[in-house]
Ligand binder design. Structure first.
Ligand code: FNR
Length: 190
């Protein structure tokens, strides 16, 4: 039995009926054996302000940074807003990126997302990937998972009902767990 893996899941949407948060919940049901996934809510993270940072990180920022630090990998599930990803995510990542002890350094991360339209957040995911170059995280390059036409994929209650997408998500999570394990053995051997 391989060592357990603890993943953190972050949705870039704050709305209650969010498809992206629904995909994150579906991911919790489709994890490989030995992997857990806990969601982190970004609602209480204030807007980044260097003056606030100078006097001390706000509690929700500390909580987010510590949740990243404690996780073996972080799964970001992003909506697409105007061909980019939401300010909610950028803001949280900006806070997380500060200081030499920033928790995203060499952290395995994966990106997926759901859109109402047909492009499945391909542009948002591309833009979000760039941030992980900036913070020197270990981004999973493949497989990619773009979930489009959300209303056909989920039930009105927010359950992921499309079998083909469920299988893709299952494979995506298995690949991410493999990459987290590979990164862990690399770190241990250094
Ligand atoms: C959108 N949406 C959207 N969709 C897309 O495919 N490309 C885009 O550029 C945009 N732009 C955009 C901007 C803003 C401000 C909003 C609010 C929405 C539609 C978006 O995919 C849809 O609202 C999703 O349902 C949002 O994700 P959640 O909240 O359901 O997780």
């Amino acid at each position: 039995m391989p060592d357990p893996i603890r993943l953190l899941g972050v949705s870039g949407s704050l709305r209650r009926a969010s498809y992206n948060s629904a995909l994150l919940r579906a991911a919790m049901e489709l994890l490989p054996e030995g992997v857990t996934l806990a969601a982190h809510d970004l609602r209480s993270v204030p807007m980044y302000d260097g003056d606030v940072e100078a006097v001390g990180l706000p509690a929700p920022v500390v909580e987010f940074r510590e949740a990243i630090r404690a996780a073996d990998g972080v799964l970001f599930v992003t909506p697409e807003y105007n061909y980019g990803y939401p300010a909610v995510l950028k803001n949280a990542l900006d806070w997380a990126s500060r200081g030499k002890d920033q928790p995203l350094l060499r952290k395995p991360v994966a990106v997926t997302g759901v859109s109402a339209g047909g492009f499945g957040t391909v542009r948002a995911q591309l833009a979000l990937r760039q941030v992980f170059l900036g913070v020197d995280a270990r981004l999973m390059q493949r497989p990619e998972l773009h979930v489009g036409n959300a209303s056909k994929q989920f039930s009105p209650q927010g359950a992921l009902t499309d079998e083909s997408t469920r299988e893709k998500l299952r494979a995506f999570l298995a690949a991410f767990a493999d990459q987290v394990r590979a990164q862990r053995s690399l770190t241990l051997s250094q």
